[in-house]
Design a protein around this ligand. Structure first.
Ligand SMILES: Nc1nc2c(c(CN[C@H]3C=C[C@H](O)[C@@H]3O)cn2[C@@H]2O[C@H](COP(=O)(O)O)[C@@H](O)[C@H]2O)c(=O)[nH]1
Length: 306
């Protein structure tokens, strides 16, 4: 994930619309350094878990579809996680690789018991097909085989997923520079780690290499905490709920500066307390804080990456 760190830092140092405020970082770190709120993975109890390979299959399908909920005001990540969980509990074969390749939009909706078309539904269906096809072609149909092929390395897992599944290649070009963000690939590694509590499929020797997952919630939290500052124009666009195009400078800066800022927070916490802290832990805390504040205004980009 060195490329995620390095390219995000590059964006932060060439940024035009978003600033990382080092005083803001110091204040936040001062207020939490001795007690980083520990957020349990699956604190909401919405995820499927059976301690076996089917859990890995579930998490992979979940993270293949884990993006862009906001266009439907009533749809949340929870609906996806708990909808897929209920479907799997009813029928253990719903995520078999052959079945994944055949879903239609209405069938996906039916699986989730969602009463109307999902945002970017055609893309969601296409990505399910892609996952089913490549799982079958290269991994014996099982996402657990991807994990097993990575020798307990989260960064290898992210790289393997990005190599095999185009839908997970969350990268862009910013001011002529290739930038890697890998939100859903990294969140999958973190989900496996969190679900299995760092054991079995979830044992990674390099879990510290994962960065935060640059979505639309974490930047809004960081801005509210005073860690990120927006230009007036950008603040107005977000405040007016106007869409920001995918791949625009503004969008890339929001995401990359969030990654960079949390890496800085983590460095400072380690320096001041001598205690190790993982970016994943900081992400879970910031994200849980964000989703518990529905008034928080976030940026709106139609994207399959987050
Ligand atoms: N940075 C970060 N972003 C995250 C997650 C998660 C879910 N992680 C689960 C895994 C274990 C825990 O128990 C969590 O429940 C979803 N998202 C993103 O948020 C957005 C959903 O927003 P809304 O429209 O309000 O539902 C959407 O872009 C989604 O992709 C995270 O952990 N970190």
């Amino acid at each position: 994930m060195e490329e995620v760190r390095a390219s995000s830092a590059w964006v932060a140092s060439h940024s035009s619309h978003v600033t990382v405020d080092s005083e803001g970082i110091e204040k936040v770190v001062e207020s939490v350094e001795n007690s980083i709120p520990k957020v349990e993975w699956n604190y909401e109890g919405i995820h499927y878990f059976d301690n076996g390979p089917l859990t890995v299959q579930y998490l992979f399908v979940l993270d293949a579809l884990n993006f862009c909920f906001w266009p439907d005001q009533e749809l949340n990540y929870d609906d996806l996680a708990s909808g897929l969980k209920a479907a799997l509990e009813k029928d253990q074969s719903v995520f078999n690789a052959d079945r994944l390749q055949k879903y239609t939009g209405p069938e996906l909706r039916e699986l989730l018991k969602w009463p109307r078309p999902l945002p970017l539904e055609d893309e969601r269906v296409r990505l399910m097909h892609e996952v089913g096809f490549e799982l079958e072609r290269s991994f014996g149909g099982k996402a657990s085989n991807i994990v097993e092929s990575c020798g307990k390395s989260a960064s290898k897992l992210v790289a393997t997923i990005a190599r095999h599944f185009p839908g997970f290649r969350d990268h862009t070009v910013y001011k002529g520079h290739q930038v890697f963000l890998y939100k859903r690939a990294q969140i999958f590694a973190a989900d496996v780690w969190g679900a299995f509590k760092g054991k079995g499929y979830g044992e990674f020797n390099d879990v510290g290499s994962i960065t935060i997952f640059a979505d639309y919630i974490v930047p809004a939290v960081l801005q509210q905490l005073g860690v990120l500052r927006y230009s007036t124009t950008l603040a107005n666009i977000i405040g007016a709920n106007k869409e920001i195009g995918s791949g625009t400078e503004e969008e890339v800066e929001l995401r990359a500066c969030s990654i960079y800022a949390v890496e800085k927070m983590r460095d400072l916490i380690v320096k001041r307390t001598g205690k190790q802290v993982l970016s994943v832990e900081l992400d879970l805390w910031l994200w849980a804080y964000g989703v518990s504040n529905p008034s928080l205004q976030h940026h709106r980009t139609l994207s399959i990456y987050y």
